[in-house]
Design a protein around this ligand. Sequence first.
Ligand SMILES: Nc1ncnc2c1ncn2[C@@H]1O[C@H](COP(=O)(O)OP(=O)(O)OP(=O)(O)O)[C@@H](O)[C@H]1O
Length: 258
Amino acid sequence: MTASGTATARVGAPVLRLDGLGWRVGGATIVEGVTLDVREGEFLAFIGPNGAGKTSLFNLISGIVVPTAGTLALDGADLTGLPVHTRARRGIGRTFQTSSLWPRMTVAEHVRLAAQARNGGSHRLWRRASPYTAEVDGVLERTGLGHRAGATAAELSHGEKRKLELAVLLVGEPRLMLLDEPMAGVSAEEVPALTELIRTLHREEGRTVLMVEHHMDVLLGLADRLAVMHHGRLLALDSPDAVTADPVVQRAYLGEGL
Ligand SMILES: Nc1ncnc2c1ncn2[C@@H]1O[C@H](COP(=O)(O)OP(=O)(O)OP(=O)(O)O)[C@@H](O)[C@H]1O
């Protein structure tokens, strides 16, 4: 058991602290006793077999579901009972396994709407000149979507859709980025560019990232630490090398391949 592991070269102040976090629903225990700290600028990846509770843990962190046990805090301030929108305002940004885009809206419009909404402005899209034009251009540049500004979401490839979801997230300048299986549905040819974008956001912009991902080859060289979930519990939390060599983790994955 290495759940108390502290290995990482990239340590800063704790941003997020989970303490005994649990979630029971309909008599079933989905998440149980998860305790961990996420450090400023850290990249923490969650792996584990299907149904291990990874998305449920993200739901608990982002506020989609309320924990039935334990607490969580962002920058030392308790978040446990706060709703999704308050957590988002405090800096918890999230993408989902399935796409959350509007098919007929353009790439630039998605980002502009996010900027308007962040500033408490109208959720109706302004067609005339917008004070957000420079910001929209900047975010699209950072995410490699500048040349697709006028394309509708329906016209994008899966990889471009994922990039747009990241662009929308970046508008809020989140303290913490929760990425739930960003490679899901993305073609093999597009995985390297998307991986590189996430790496840049982490390494060059210093963003704190939590990511659920099934593909170990994507995570190796990206994650500072791996958290292994199994039956709703944290089975191991350590450097990628230590986790992949851990016999307890290997046994949990028997038959599934790590
Ligand atoms: N609202 C709910 N009510 C009852 N059971 C739920 C609910 N949400 C999730 N579960 C169950 O909790 C377990 C964990 O699901 P979760 O989606 O968190 O796992 P996961 O590790 O993200 O899986 P995957 O890798 O397949 O996405 C599953 O058995 C799922 O069926």
